[in-house]
Design a protein around this ligand. Structure first.
Ligand code: SF4
Length: 190
């Protein structure tokens, strides 16, 4: 009997994942969304993004699993990197923490493949994120689905689908530092 292909899909937010569920469902026998994003601040924002993903999963017929909101661990990990710009070393640690946990969860629950929606983000470099996924997956004996999800028309498709469904689109990456940077930018622009 053919083995069932099971994908654990780490999802960071609605806008980054909305266009990908159908495509992944065609490739895998089972797709489960894993929401593990302790970087998101404040908690109300975390809840808002989580609810949006839950709703999209329901519509797409994809199971949803929430990881721990262990934001204290995220703050401890990045405490010396508050001043880093977006895309710098703080982000590297942030990707690593989330993808590593997703891979561990996948191994603990019998998945064979792991992916992350993070590379959908306009400023999120696939050449930084994919090696992190590949390393952790290799260590746990799993496959990491390498991808640059913003390519191949998916970003445009995601924007269009998001608009059509009225999906909440945040204006900062997620952490308190990216929120402060965004507020500063808005003040400078006004
Ligand atoms: S800017 Fe985004 S990716 Fe970078 S540390 Fe903050 S939440 Fe993580």
């Amino acid at each position: 009997m053919k083995e069932k292909k099971r994908l654990l899909f780490h999802v960071c937010c609605g806008p980054c994942s909305i266009a990908l569920f159908e495509e992944l469902k065609e490739q895998f026998d089972e797709v489960v969304a894993y929401f593990y994003n302790p970087n998101i601040h404040p908690e109300e924002e975390y809840e808002r993004r989580k609810k949006e993903v839950e709703l999209l999963c329901e519509e797409a017929g994809v199971s949803f699993v929430e990881g721990p909101y262990d934001s204290e661990n995220w703050f401890a990990l990045t405490k010396d990197l508050k001043e880093e710009r977006e895309g710098g070393s703080r982000c590297g640690l942030c990707f690593d923490m989330r993808v590593k946990r997703a891979v561990e969860y996948a191994r603990e629950h019998g998945f064979d493949t792991v992916a992350t929606s993070i590379t959908s983000g306009r400023n999120k470099r696939a050449d930084v994120i994919n090696p992190i996924g590949l390393t952790h997956a290799m260590e746990q004996g799993l496959v990491f689905l390498e991808a640059d999800w913003k390519k191949g028309g998916r970003q445009e498709k995601g924007i269009a689908m998001g608009k059509e469904k009225g999906v909440y689109r945040q204006d900062y990456c997620g952490c308190v530092y990216s929120r402060i940077a965004r507020e500063k930018q808005k003040n400078n622009d006004s």
